[in-house]
Design a protein around this ligand. Structure first.
Ligand code: HEC
Length: 156
């Protein structure tokens, strides 16, 4: 009995960030169809994330996540990828929240890029706040596509 309650609680929590009080996230997915999903972002969290971003990330990922001049898909002279934009013009939005947090926590995968790991330098809360800010930079259309994919990634 206890474990069933826990499971329901965990499902609710998993759905919260994306679906607000919706306790049936998978039905939401079907209903979302091609219409825009309502943003359920906490503006206070987004503001905290913006402050973290401007302090630690802007230098590389550019103002409002617009990246650097030049092509982020082309490796530099040392074979590293430049910092990509994090707005909806590159592919940050192709990743579910968990994957975004992982890159931030652990840094560039296999040293492909030059982003160091942020774990130990930022708290888990700060990393979550900055991800909320990054999502706030995406258009409604991209956010809708992303949220469908996010829901799929959360399904068992
Ligand atoms: C020293 C420059 C630098 C700083 C500072 C930096 N990054 Fe990065 N970041 C990169 C590079 C380079 C990549 C691409 C890594 C790769 O391709 O392996 C990257 C990749 C990412 C990605 C993955 C994007 C994608 O499209 O897959 C995210 C998310 C990200 N950074 C978030 C952050 C956040 C949040 C901060 C601030 C806490 C930050 N970065 C600070 C250089 C930086």
């Amino acid at each position: 009995m206890k474990s069933l309650k826990w499971k329901i609680f965990a499902t609710l929590v998993a759905g919260l960030g994306l679906a607000g009080c919706d306790d049936t996230p998978s039905t939401g997915l079907a209903e979302a169809g091609d219409t825009m999903v309502e943003r359920r972002q906490d503006s206070v969290q987004v503001a905290r994330g913006k402050a973290v971003y401007e302090k630690y990330c802007l230098e590389c990922h550019g103002a409002e996540g617009r990246g650097q001049p030049g092509d982020w898909r082309v490796r530099d002279a040392d074979g590293h990828f430049p910092p990509p934009p994090l707005d909806d013009s590159a592919h940050a939005w192709h990743h579910p929240t968990a994957a975004l947090l992982e890159v931030i926590r652990e840094g560039s995968p296999q040293g492909q890029g030059k982003m160091e790991a942020w774990k130990g330098r930022l708290s888990e809360d700060e990393m979550q706040d900055v991800v909320a800010y990054i999502k706030s930079l995406w258009s409604d259309e991209v956010y809708t596509l992303w949220s469908k994919m996010e829901r799929q990634s959360l399904e068992p």
